[in-house]
Design a protein around this ligand. Sequence first.
Ligand code: ATP
Length: 276
Amino acid sequence: LQSQHLDAPKIPKVYWEDIGGLEKLKKELLKTIEFPIKYPHLFKNSSLKRSGILLYGPPGCGKTLVAKAVSTELNVSFLSVKGPELLNMYIGQSEENVRKVFESARASSPCIVFLDELDALAPRRGAAGDSGGASDRVVSQLLAEVDGVASGDEADSSSFVFIMGATNRPDLLEHSLLRPGRLDKLIYVGPYCGLYEKTSVLKALCRNYKMTEEVRLEDIAASLPERCTGADLLAVIDTARAAAVRALVHNLQAGLVKESEFSQDSVILGVPELRQ
Ligand code: ATP
């Protein structure tokens, strides 16, 4: 892993208001991560202490977004890596990459390490063979780092490192990674269902947009399939924005609205009202 490929940990700028729905998940995550950061001495040598959690579920449902928001809200730096990025064909290099990730996290602690596509990095041992996937040695290195995180200095929150793993395929993961004290809390992040939940996500996605009066997010949510991923809902909003921008350009060209009424950064949704 070339050091330029490993982004330096930093505090993201994703806030709870950017996330629609997922109320129970937000509370649960804060409770799980905030308490050990704030009260490290209470977790010292306790069976409550864990290295991290695992978020699982289909793609595009908000795992990455939620992990970033936790870091932002707790003011903790965030180091994100995708499992396959750490894998290298040269002997010993993948293990070294895993080691470097945690070294970087410790140097920027308190820090959340987000390990996306964790199944690529930690497949069940003995399953990968020599087919180019992560070898058993890589999994062993990861387990050693995970255990190192759990036995960090509990009395000092500045040395806090917490792992948030993410996968679409928890069934492929090395089981021992999910043992008590390691990533022993599994949280499902799934598609958004029902009018209230889908409307909440649409509202969050439009939070910074100006909207014309005829845009009713609830009606849009009602017209969508029962189950939508966050990425599906984002695509709906992006399509609506593109249509609104096209309509605006059309109205500007027709002289129906004045350019001065729309600053460059006024993002819109819905067709701007025509002026006579
Ligand atoms: P993958 O498994 O592919 O990594 P993921 O579960 O990590 O996917 P995200 O990348 O977090 O999914 O979500 C994709 C996009 O969907 C986000 O960038 C965001 O725009 C939108 N999104 C998902 N969930 C929500 C939500 N609850 N509120 C607002 N936007 C959301």
